[in-house]
Design a binder for this molecule. Structure first.
Ligand SMILES: [Zn+2]
Length: 461
C-alpha cells in the first residue's frame, strides 16, 4: 500500500512538473525559435542605371518580421535606403507580418554616388526572443555596378541609300558593351551583331524596308547598356520611293478543284462553305499564319556571316512575277481578294534544279502552307533566302550548304498554279526585294563598301 501511494505521488509530481515545463518548452520552441528570416532577392544584372527598382521579398513564417535595413556602400560612404520596423502582434505573439514584398528605388545621383562598384547590404530581423530579444538575423550582400551614363554611338557607315522594299547595312560603334543595339526602321527593329570586326564594340546591322515603307520612314540607331541607359543616333539616309506593279489573277474552277483539297487537312474543321470561300481563307489566314512561322524561324540567326558575293538567280529562268506585285484575285469577274507578292517567281523547265543562292545553313525544309515545300537558308547576321513551291527538297534542317548546291527541284506545291520557283530574301523579319541581292554592283556599293569603311580590318574576312 505504501509503495502504491509513493508511486502515485511520484506520478502527480511528474505531471505537475510536466505542466510547469510546458510554458518553458513553448518559450523554447516558439518564442525562442532559431529559424532565420528569409530574404529572396535576385539581381538579374549587377548594373544599376539612373533609377533602379529593387524588388525584395521578405519572409519569416514563425515569429514574423521585425525590422529591415537596406543600405548602399561605396568606399567609406554608406547611404541607408530603408530602415523599417514592422508591427508586433503582442509580446507573446510575435510579428503581425509574416511576409512582405518591398520595392525600393535607388537613384545613385540623388545620393552622389560615383560610377563603378558599390555594395548593397540588407539585414532582416524576426520577432523571436533569441539573441537577448533582438531576434534571428539574416544578412545579405550584393555587388552592384553603378552606371548612369548612356552609351555613346559613333556611326561608321556614312550614307545609306535605300529603296522602298530594299535593304541596307548600318555599321556603328558603341562606347561600352550593350545588352541591346540595333536599328529602328519605322516600327521595326533590326538587331545589330558584334564580332564581325576585331573591335568588339563595332556593331553591324542588316536592315530592310518593307514594301510599304516609303521616304517618310524614320531610321535611327538605338543602343541600351547593361544598366538600361539608352541612346539614339540618327543616320544619314535617303529612301527612294518605288512604285510596284499591279497584277490581276483569275481564279478558275479548275484551279480551285485542284488546289483547295490539298489544304483541307491544315484548315480548321469549321471552314465550311464553297471552294471560293475556302480559297479566300487559305489566301488570307493561312498566308498570315505562314508569315508568322517565317518570322519565328528568322528570329534566331548565325552570329557569323556565311555568304559571299552576289546571290545566284536560278539559271535559265524567266521572271514570272515581281517583288511586291499588288495582286487582285478575281473569280467570275469579281474581285475576291487582294494580297502583296513578297518574292520573285522564276519559271524554267518543269522540275528544274534549284541552287542555293549563297552559302548558309538550312533552318527549315518541309511543307509551309501556301508556299508548299519550302527551304529556308540562314546566311548569318539576320539575312535569309527562301525557296518555295518545290516539287522535292533534298536538304534537311541544320545542313550547311554552299552557293550553287542543289536544294531540290521546282514544282507547284502550295498555292502555285504552275511549276516555278518562288524566291524570297528575308532580313530579320522583313521580306525585301531579291533583285538587289542578285546585283554585284548593288552589293559592292551598299554592303561591302560599308564594311570597308570600318577603320580596323574585319575579323572574319
Ligand atoms: Zn511567288
Amino acid at each position: 500500500m505504501k509503495e502504491k501511494n509513493k508511486s502515485k505521488k511520484r506520478w502527480y509530481a511528474g505531471l505537475a512538473g510536466a505542466i510547469l515545463l510546458l510554458p518553458v518548452l513553448w518559450l523554447l520552441l516558439v518564442r525562442f525559435e532559431g529559424q532565420k528570416p528569409e530574404i529572396i532577392f535576385e539581381l538579374t544584372s549587377p548594373y544599376v542605371g539612373k533609377s533602379h527598382e529593387f524588388s525584395i521579398s521578405l519572409a519569416d513564417p514563425k515569429s514574423g518580421l521585425r525590422k529591415i535595413w537596406i543600405a548602399v556602400v561605396q568606399g567609406g560612404k554608406e547611404v541607408v535606403l530603408t530602415d523599417q520596423d514592422f508591427p508586433s502582434a503582442g509580446i507573446f505573439r510575435g510579428g503581425e507580418i509574416k511576409s512582405k514584398l518591398l520595392n525600393i528605388t535607388f537613384e545613385p545621383a540623388k545620393h552622389e554616388f560615383s560610377e563603378g562598384e558599390a555594395i548593397l547590404r540588407l539585414a532582416l530581423w524576426d520577432y523571436s526572443w533569441r539573441g537577448w530579444w533582438r531576434g534571428n538575423q539574416v544578412y545579405v550582400e550584393k555587388s552592384l555596378t553603378i552606371d548612369t551614363q548612356p552609351p555613346e554611338i559613333e556611326v561608321i557607315s556614312r550614307v545609306h541609300n535605300l529603296a522602298q522594299g530594299g535593304a541596307g547595312l548600318v555599321v556603328f560603334r558603341t562606347s561600352e558593351d550593350c545588352r541591346l543595339a540595333g536599328v529602328q526602321v519605322g516600327d521595326n527593329f533590326f538587331p545589330a551583331h558584334t564580332g564581325y570586326f576585331k573591335d568588339p564594340r563595332i556593331q553591324l546591322a542588316f536592315i530592310g524596308l518593307g514594301y510599304q515603307q516609303g521616304p517618310e520612314t524614320e531610321i535611327w540607331i538605338e543602343a541600351v547598356d547593361d544598366a538600361r541607359n539608352s541612346t539614339r543616333a540618327g543616320i544619314k539616309h535617303f529612301i527612294r520611293k518605288k512604285a510596284f506593279k499591279d497584277d490581276k489573277i483569275d481564279i478558275s474552277d479548275r484551279f480551285l478543284k485542284w488546289k483547295v483539297p490539298e489544304f483541307e487537312n491544315i484548315m480548321p474543321p469549321d471552314s465550311a462553305g464553297s471552294l471560293v470561300d475556302k480559297f479566300i481563307k487559305i489566301n488570307r489566314d493561312l498566308r498570315k499564319a505562314n508569315y508568322e512561322q517565317i518570322k519565328e524561324l528568322t528570329q534566331t540567326t548565325a552570329t557569323t556571316s556565311h555568304w559571299e558575293g552576289k546571290f545566284l538567280r536560278m539559271p535559265g529562268s524567266a521572271n514570272q512575277a515581281g517583288f511586291a506585285d499588288h495582286r487582285t484575285y478575281q473569280y467570275n469577274g469579281e474581285i475576291i481578294d487582294r494580297q502583296v507578292h513578297l518574292g520573285m517567281d522564276l519559271a524554267s523547265v518543269t522540275h528544274a534544279p534549284v541552287p542555293a543562292a549563297n552559302s548558309g545553313v538550312v533552318v527549315f525544309s518541309g511543307p509551309l502552307g501556301i508556299y508548299g515545300n519550302t527551304v529556308l537558308i540562314d546566311h548569318g547576321l539576320g539575312l535569309f533566302s527562301m525557296y518555295a513551291h518545290l516539287n522535292r527538297s533534298d536538304v534537311s534542317k541544320g545542313q550547311e550548304v554552299s552557293k550553287g548546291d542543289i536544294l531540290g527541284l521546282t514544282g507547284n506545291t502550295g498555292l502555285a498554279g504552275g511549276d516555278h520557283l518562288h524566291f524570297s530574301i528575308v532580313i530579320h523579319n522583313t521580306f525585301v526585294n531579291p533583285i538587289e541581292w542578285w546585283d554585284e554592283t548593288w552589293i559592292n556599293n551598299n554592303i561591302l563598301s560599308k564594311i570597308e569603311e570600318v577603320p580596323a580590318a574585319p575579323a572574319q574576312k
